[in-house]
Design a protein around this ligand. Structure first.
Ligand code: SF4
Length: 250
């Protein structure tokens, strides 16, 4: 009861600040960021007690009456950035609607663009194997997606303005799916969610507090396919994620 009152108070205070900000600033944002205030005591406890956890923060949004279908439909019709022009299909993501872990890469590649599904092909198969090694799968307990939903030409990195334009869709997915933990694979999703320019070598090997949930950053499976020396640190990262899930009883 006390907890609910405290959470309602924090939401009210946040909305009040936003109202004042909107009154002072001419904002063109179509979305209103509403943070998901952590209300799961055991998660807070795990993160507070773990010295390896590093604080991180970013805005949040949750339109009313949202659904995964509506998000996918909005993505299909989206022209908010230049990437719409070259896509065959949008790739909103795939997986459990009650995921333990949300796995996030940077953007669809050629096979994903052709199929509309995330992480297909050799890298996708390797990702499935890696997840399976710690009891996870996209069929049962993971949702797999990307921070950008359309393929960048020639598989280039998604530009910062493209990432920013697409972020509202990811925000809505996170709000609906409410995963217990996050695994970012590759440099760009780790940097985007943790709001940092640190290299992946510096980001990996730690647990971050991303809105009250543990987040582990690791290598993209395609990097492991190119260079076997990444396999050991990637496995260490997966074990780290597993240890956090164990602590949470997931
Ligand atoms: S990448 Fe995202 S923001 Fe850009 S057109 Fe596709 S869905 Fe829209």
């Amino acid at each position: 009861m006390e907890e609910n009152t405290e959470k309602a108070g924090r939401v009210f205070l946040y909305e009040l600040i936003n109202f004042i900000e909107d009154s002072l600033v001419d904002s063109h944002n179509s979305y209103k960021a509403i943070p998901q205030f952590a209300d799961t005591p055991e998660l807070d406890t795990v993160l507070e007690q773990d010295p390896a956890v590093i604080q991180s923060n970013m805005g949040f949004m949750l339109p009313k009456d949202d659904s995964l279908e509506k998000i996918s439909s909005d993505i299909r019709s989206c022209r908010a950035c230049r990437l719409y022009a070259g896509r065959k299909n949008t790739v909103p993501g795939f997986g459990s609607i009650k995921p333990v872990v949300m796995v996030l890469g940077e953007a669809p590649g050629a096979e994903e663009d052709a199929s509309g599904l995330p992480f297909v092909g050799a890298a996708g198969k390797l990702l499935d194997k890696m997840l399976s090694a710690i009891g996870l799968s996209r069929e049962n307990n993971c949702f797999i997606g990307n921070i950008v939903k359309c393929r960048p030409p020639h598989n280039r990195d998604p530009a910062p303005d493209e990432q920013a334009a697409c972020m509202p869709f990811l925000e809505r997915q996170i709000a609906l799916l409410d995963p217990k933990a996050f695994l970012t694979i590759g440099r760009i999703p780790g940097q985007a969610l943790l709001n940092t320019k640190d290299s992946l070598g510096r980001l990996r090997g730690k647990v971050y507090d991303f809105r009250g949930k543990p987040l582990v950053a690791s290598y993209h499976p395609s990097a492991l396919l190119r260079d076997e020396s990444y396999k050991r640190p990637a496995w260490e990262d997966l074990k780290l994620l597993k240890s956090m899930l164990d602590k949470l009883g997931k």
